[in-house]
Design a protein around this ligand. Structure first.
Ligand code: SF4
Ligand code: SF4
Length: 407
């Protein structure tokens, strides 16, 4: 069996585990995938978080991606970080930089098995702050300066690609080089508050091509979190596993201990269990019904007939789900244009699922009430020219939320 086949059928431990420590955040980014803002009173206590780390150590999970919300605003963040690294669980944490002053930067530079990822969504303050809020560019740059001054080896600059920043790829690379950092670019998904802005912010089809060409020409040493594998259908496959790892090699533990198939799939349909249940995280990862189902061989559905299926695999499950497209059809950003057709073909009867998990500090988004979910609709036959045959349609719901200043 090839290595990638092992990944298809799942592993005893996740290789890409994201753990969001808190829903609290000092910012209110318009595209926040977890709709963070306010802390949830049910969040795991320090003792509970430590026992999750103990379990990860027993499962030989060698590192976790810590995020939030803004994880460093949790008062016990530094204690948990130390606990993890002294229990053989390396930490890569994502931060907007708010707490990375000179002293913390020096502390991090002296700690092994810790990696830092600073979020920056514009190579200029104008572009970044439009997404992440006023002052957030300056905060991120200050954190990068502090890390460089402390001699921290190669932090990451993490960029969510949007319509406004695709043209800035070279500038992002220059910023990374300036601070001795490594550039990481990821895909904007319509998850959390990202669903509200996806129509306006996701790169156009021309920009998808521009992004792919840039990665092929200049992407050496640029990390992507394997998030652009749908673009491999343009030609040469991009480096990575080129598959949706949800529930197979990827999962999320959220701040209240709920375990989801993927950080971009915070929705009841992708909720596998909770670390507080008997058997803890290990039981959820190894035996939950949802993850067992996700590890079954995929049919490929309508995409199976596409000549690019081997590299594209039909794209991202979360992107399809939160745009109301069938999970076994093409990605909304399908490079052959079938995703755009499917989006345009949605109609009033199409249900666009929303997450009910929302800790935004602005008015509760779900005040409209939960929307019932309909998924799994299949085109009635495979088609050589369009995998959308048989799929119903409509116009998209377009709401751009105005950025809110961080506190
Ligand atoms: S749902 Fe999308 S983001 Fe999540 S693992 Fe699959 S491809 Fe990646
Ligand atoms: S039709 Fe499906 S497999 Fe083919 S490029 Fe589009 S999303 Fe990928």
């Amino acid at each position: 069996m090839k290595l990638v086949d092992h990944f298809q059928y799942g592993l005893n431990s996740p290789i890409c585990l994201t753990w969001e420590l808190t829903y609290a955040c000092n910012l209110a980014c318009v595209h926040c995938l977890s709709s963070s803002g306010r802390r949830d009173p049910r969040e795991l206590s320090t003792a509970e978080a430590k026992s999750v780390i103990d379990e990860l150590q027993r499962m030989q999970v060698f590192y976790v991606n810590i995020g939030g919300g803004e994880p460093t605003v949790r008062p016990d963040f530094w204690e948990l970080l130390d606990y993890a690294v002294t229990h053989d669980v390396g930490v890569k944490f994502s931060t907007n930089g708010i707490k990375l002053d000179k002293a913390r930067a020096a502390q991090l530079a002296a700690t092994d098995y810790v990696d830092v990822q600073i979020s920056l969504d514009g190579a200029t303050a104008e572009v970044n702050d439009h997404i992440r809020g006023p002052g957030s560019y300056a905060t991120a740059v200050r954190a990068l300066e502090n890390l460089a001054e402390a001699g921290f080896g190669q932090p990451k600059i993490s960029v969510v690609m949007t319509r406004q920043n695709v043209d800035q790829l070279d500038e992002f690379k220059a910023i990374a080089d300036k601070y001795g950092a490594q550039l990481r670019i990821t895909r904007l998904r319509p998850s959390g508050r990202g669903a509200d802005v996806w129509d306006e912010l996701h790169p156009t089809s021309t920009q998808q091509r521009q992004l792919y060409d840039w990665l092929v020409a200049r992407g050496d040493g640029v990390l992507t979190g394997d998030s652009f594998f749908h673009l491999s259908a343009y030609g040469e496959a991009l480096p990575g596993l080129n598959l949706c790892g949800a529930g197979r090699v990827v999962c999320l533990i959220d701040p209240v201990g709920d375990v989801y198939a993927c950080p971009f799939a915070i929705h009841d349909n992708f909720l596998a269990g909770n670390v507080r249940s008997p058997g803890g995280f290990q039981e959820v990862w190894q035996n939950s019904e949802l993850f067992t189902e996700l590890r079954q061989p995929q049919t490929g559905g309508a995409c199976r007939s596409c000549g690019f299926y081997d590299s594209c695999q039909g794209g991202c499950m979360a992107a399809k789900f939160f745009t109301g497209l069938p999970l076994d059809g093409p990605d909304p950003e399908c490079v052959r244009g079938f995703g755009e057709e499917a989006l345009a073909a949605r109609d009033g009867s199409t249900t666009i699922p929303r997450s009910e998990v929302d800790h935004s500090r602005s008015a509760p988004r779900n005040s409209r009430g939960p929307v019932p979910v309909t998924i799994g609709r299949r085109p009635d036959k495979a088609c050589e020219t369009s995998p959308l045959v048989g799929v119903a349609d409509d116009a998209s719901d377009s709401r751009l939320r105005v950025p809110v200043a961080g506190s």
